[in-house]
Ligand binder design. Structure first.
Ligand code: SF4
Length: 351
């Protein structure tokens, strides 16, 4: 079960292989692993080491991803496998994403889908670590999930190849693409060991072109990743390339992993970031990790009516018509899927 031939690689001379799953495109010698440590070349064949090995599984409200304009209120079965293609010094899932051992419980794709159904989930989310580096597991699960009427979502750093996006897109309904530090290339190099941010923008265009619903997050880190100029640039790019209705979530940094001495981002800075993105023309901007703040809510961009009231991941008031319009002025609100009123607001882990 643990050694499974990888998708998307090319055989090279001298039994080397080139992995084409993520933008690192590692050239891997016989007997070695790629940067993510979970893909190994054995005699000129690339294997994934984390196939069907779930290191974490939980039932989450979809708002936790965060997805605010896709099947609001739904429950998603969330799974992760060991490993990551980034080395973020502030990772809040570092125990599983940066583990040198490929740990986990055997949880095959069909069992994931069956459990999701039993737990009354409407979809499956591939999350916590980077789904790109457990693509084979995610892909097989996503196919079965679609056959049974469940949707699939990725929470990803976006560092995928266009080939990887095209491969998974037929089974992928929504993706949350996470930026850090306003997409500053120096921030990515210094704090995530990522050489180039351009592939993330390419992934966003590719996802959009393949009809996947997208929501974007940006982690605002005090002093080193809170430039309002960067946030303005990012918001402007999103508006011009993906559209002003693209939901944009500004996430508050909290100390974790190797950055425990950096304080949490102030609410004042978060509010400044929120206004910067709104002023750049993004109509659905949200604040995350600032529980109880009014910027968790959805307002009508035309008349400012409060449409969806939230507290953290929970929807506490729904005020849209059946066809997703503002009840006051009739403006259409871009929400994909339907509202799931009784699904629940609190995550619970399975293991
Ligand atoms: S998924 Fe990315 S980091 Fe892992 S082996 Fe492939 S190219 Fe390298």
């Amino acid at each position: 079960m643990s050694l499974h031939e990888a998708m998307l690689y090319e055989r090279q001379e001298d039994r080397k292989v080139k992995c084409c799953l993520c933008a690192r495109r590692c050239l891997i010698s016989d007997g070695s692993t790629g940067f993510c440590l979970v893909r190994r070349n054995e005699g000129g064949t690339l294997f994934t080491l984390n196939y069907a090995k779930a290191v974490s599984a939980a039932v989450d409200p979809i708002g936790k991803k965060p997805l605010s304009h896709f099947n609001p209120g739904a429950l998603v079965m969330s799974i992760a496998a060991t490993g990551c293609n980034f080395r973020c010094q502030f990772c809040d899932n570092w125990m599983v994403s940066q583990d040198k051992e490929v740990a986990g419980n055997i949880f095959p794709p069909a069992a994931v889908v069956k459990t999701a159904k039993e737990r009354n989930c409407q979809g499956i989310s591939y999350t916590y670590t980077e789904p790109t580096i457990f693509m084979e597991y995610a892909y097989d699960t996503a196919k079965i999930a679609h056959e049974t009427g469940l949707f699939n979502t990725f929470v990803t750093n976006g560092y995928m190849t266009p080939e990887a996006v095209k491969t998974v897109a037929p089974y992928l309904d929504a993706a949350t693409v996470d930026f850090k530090g306003g997409g500053d290339p120096d921030f990515y190099k210094s704090f995530s060991a990522v050489p180039d941010v351009k592939p993330i923008y390419e992934t966003l265009k590719e996802l959009k072109g393949n009809g996947v619903h997208i929501e974007i997050t940006n982690l605002v880190v005090p002093k080193i990743g809170d430039s309002m100029e960067r946030i303005k640039e990012m918001a402007t790019w999103i508006r011009d390339t993906l559209g002003r209705d693209t939901p944009f979530h500004l996430l508050r940094f909290h100390p974790d992993y190797k950055m425990t001495t950096t304080p949490a981002t102030s609410v004042e800075t978060m509010e400044q970031a929120y206004m910067t993105a709104k002023d750049a023309g993004l109509r659905y901007t949200y604040l995350g990790n600032v529980s109880g703040h009014p910027a968790e809510n959805t307002f009508c961009p035309n008349c400012n009516e409060l449409l969806i009231k939230r507290r953290s991941f929970e929807i506490t008031r729904w005020n849209l018509t059946e066809n997703m319009r503002c009840p006051v002025c009739g403006t259409a609100i871009p929400i994909k899927g339907k509202y799931h009123p009784s699904a629940g607001g609190f995550p619970y882990p399975l293991f």
